[in-house]
Design a protein around this ligand. Sequence first.
Ligand code: ARG
Length: 266
Amino acid sequence: MPQPTRRHYLMCRPTYFTVTYAINPWMDPSAPVDPARAIAQWENLRGAYHALGHQVEEIEPVPGLPDMVFAANGATVIDGVALAVQFRDPERADEAPAYRSWLERAGFTVHEPKHVNEGEGDLLLAGDQLLAGTGFRTAHGAHAQAQELFGYPVVTLQLVDPRYYHLDTALCVLDGTVAYLPEAFSPGSQAVLRRLYPDAVLADPVDAAVLGLNAVCDGGRVVLPIQATRLAAQLRARGYETIGVDLSELRKAGGGPKCCTLEVRR
Ligand code: ARG
């Protein structure tokens, strides 16, 4: 039976959230965004974590950084070791020092990235392995740096669908297994995932298309987009409790619950 554990998350209120540039296929600067609704949806996500007993800290949002709400991209923190990020796109570059200084103030020694590295968007700890996405954002070289720094074997996974540009949009780490959308990965990476996780939950493309896989599992409970109803049923059939949240405004930037959540592993 999947067992939850208490987690420590970092989040960033979407005070300055909007869509003014397009760096992934979800983003359409001509489509309207409702900022008040984005904030209400984000507060609901934060409330869900509180209700589950998790510790949530907040980083001060910075004006002019509309994507800063996506805290997962702010760093990778494992066993008290923090690796800062380097964004592919100049529009997000200034988020990196903001997250770095939060981590420093929180007492972490922060290591500098040597390559494009979008943090937990592409680097997901799964038990004693680090699943690492590449193809759109995080560079392959960042995988090697993460392996050396954290001392967890890295499994490189090649993303091939631009809608699923970060690993956390195509794969969700569960308890001892994962849920993923096979067609978001190259044939070789699909074979790797089948070999590592023969019992994985295979997501329906319809659920992936509402960013259903951008979910947060604490070992026993999964917080996921409420629109991903089939995925929720698949997870419940495996013994997980599911908590649906509506982040439809943030999805206009290509983000969901996991994007808004950086796990801080002391
Ligand atoms: N607009 C942001 C970008 O394209 C969304 C980031 C979503 N974050 C994530 N962890 N998938 O960079």
